[in-house]
Design a protein around this ligand. Structure first.
Ligand code: FES
Length: 107
């Protein structure tokens, strides 16, 4: 199972194994990682699963689709090229070692 490192805004790290097929949001939620609220449950309708994906990883992930792009407008302190909605990133085996940085807060 791919290991994903979630880093809270404070710097606290959570390294968890997330099964392929789940989303990066579900990996955080199911493992009690704080900082991802996911109010809509993964329907790309709330933006409270916003997080930053480091540049070295973002180019290896599926591109941002139009619906995600639209919802990112409502997220707190987005960063161009780094901000993603984690419910829209499906985990695959080649994402072992993925790093996800959590924002200071969700909206
Ligand atoms: Fe609501 Fe991702 S969980 S947009």
């Amino acid at each position: 199972m791919p290991k994903i490192t979630y880093i809270e805004h404070s710097g606290k790290e959570h390294v968890v194994e997330v099964a392929s097929g789940l989303t990066v949001m579900e990996g955080a939620r199911d493992n009690g990682v704080p900082g991802i609220d996911a109010d809509c449950g993964g329907a790309c309708a709330c933006s409270t699963c916003h997080a930053y994906i480091p540049a070295e990883w973002s180019e290896r992930l599926p591109a941002v689709e139009a619906m995600e792009e639209d919802m990112l407008d409502f997220a707190y302190e987005t960063k161009p090229g780094l901000s993603r909605l984690t419910c829209q990133i499906k985990v695959t085996d080649d994402m072992d070692g993925l790093v996800v940085q959590l924002p200071e807060k969700q909206i």
